[in-house]
Write a protein that binds this ligand. Structure first.
Ligand SMILES: Cc1cc2nc3c(=O)[nH]c(=O)nc-3n(C[C@H](O)[C@H](O)[C@H](O)COP(=O)(O)OP(=O)(O)OC[C@H]3O[C@@H](n4cnc5c(N)ncnc54)[C@H](O)[C@@H]3O)c2cc1C
Length: 335
């Protein structure tokens, strides 16, 4: 019987969505008799651990320590030490984290401490025929190809999962029976005196839904020609209840904050619909949106690379297309 350990995240004392998504991902590799457990770390994890007990897992390892406030974000020493100690004791075969700032930093550090393998930003995972081995799929070459990786014999197999790839079904059900046992795990000795600690959290200024969580993302690139058009894109995004993204060229030009950048060196998104205006579709940009279910591209160049990736495309000037599109959306939504 193998143990699959999920690493949930806590923000402001509340469990984030990633825990439920990891629980769904774990179902892909859990065999009969395998156990799925979730680790919840915080300075005061009681409420989040209760929420985690509602996931489809059998055990919640609740780890409390002042250095784990808000998951230890910014000071990754404490969660890394706590998880390494938990893994050393419980010997999981697989450890899954979200490909979030937290998971992308903590995952590889934990794998390094334990001397085991690590795969970042996985979009699929499967059980292998060999006992307790998993295979993970992740984008490579800037998202232009997918590669399947297998871990060597050493456990745990540590991977981060791209957010929103494993989604709840149409009913929105992500929960289990709610009967998971909550077990306190004392990691104080392992954490000791962390070498780094969190001094301050400065919240990123963002309006509405987070890019990583958005169902609809509206993005603009260099083809917009300046900062003002982003206000129009923001209006469209608001109408559709979405989030505003951008290419690096637009961010580097200072037209919009880098917090909106999508791509290899920006954010990874997995919306249902990704609508781009004046973006050429460079591989580094596409690396961040390969999880989008449908890409809609508006570009005046019919040979733009983005049309190779887009499900729907309009060849034309962004402003004309946006005006027509906005009018139709307003008519349909009555806003
Ligand atoms: C290591 C590295 C990492 C990188 N990371 C990222 C990243 O994370 N994210 C990212 O986005 N880029 C990244 N880049 C940059 C990337 O290579 C491209 O330079 C960038 O994505 C181009 O942005 P763009 O599509 O907005 O601009 P351009 O490539 O200049 O494209 C502008 C497009 O607008 C169209 N256009 C012009 N006028 C109009 C109009 N009036 N109406 C409609 N369409 C119009 C043009 O036909 C063109 O296709 C990275 C590069 C490197 C080397």
């Amino acid at each position: 019987m193998a143990l699959i350990l999920l690493v949930a995240e806590v923000e402001g004392g509340v469990l984030t969505d990633i825990g439920a998504q990891l629980a769904l991902a774990a179902k892909n590799v859990a065999g009969a008799g395998d156990e799925i457990a979730v680790a919840v770390m915080s300075d005061d994890p009681a409420a989040a651990a209760e929420s985690a007990a509602g996931l489809d897992v059998s055990t919640v390892f609740s780890i409390a320590h002042p250095a784990l406030a808000d998951g230890g974000t910014g000071g990754f020493d404490a969660p890394v030490s706590a998880l390494a100690a938990l893994c050393a004791e419980k010997q999981p075969s697989v450890v899954l984290l979200g490909k979030t700032d937290f998971g992308a930093n903590v995952g590889p550090r934990v794998a390094f401490r334990l001397g085991s393998g690590f795969a970042q930003d996985c979009i699929d995972l499967k059980a292998e025929s060999a006992a307790d081995r998993i295979a993970v799929t992740r984008p490579v070459f800037g998202g232009n190809a997918m590669a399947v990786y297998r871990f060597r014999d050493r456990d745990p197999q540590v991977a981060t999962i791209r957010p929103n790839v494993f989604e709840p079904d149409e009913t929105g059900a992500v929960s289990g029976t709610g009967g998971a046992e909550i077990v306190q795990f004392d990691a104080a000795a392992a954490i000791g005196e962390p070498r780094s600690r969190l001094i301050e959290v400065v919240a990123e200024e963002s309006k509405g839904v987070r890019l990583e969580d958005a169902d609809v993302v509206i993005s603009g690139g260099r083809g917009l020609g300046g900062p003002a058009p982003f206000e129009r894109l923001q209006e469209l995004s608001d109408l559709l209840g979405g989030a505003l993204g951008a290419s690096r060229a637009a961010c580097d030009a200072g037209w919009i904050d880098h917090g909106h950048q999508i791509g290899l060196t920006g954010k990874s998104i997995s919306p249902r619909v990704y609508i781009t205006f004046g973006i050429s579709g460079a591989s580094q940009h596409m690396a961040g949106c390969s999880g989008a279910k449908a890409i809609v591209a508006i570009n005046k160049d019919p040979d733009a690379n983005i049309f190779k990736e887009a499900r729907f495309g309009v060849v034309g000037d962004w402003e004309k297309v946006l005006n027509g599109f906005m009018a139709t959306v307003q008519e349909l939504t009555g806003n």
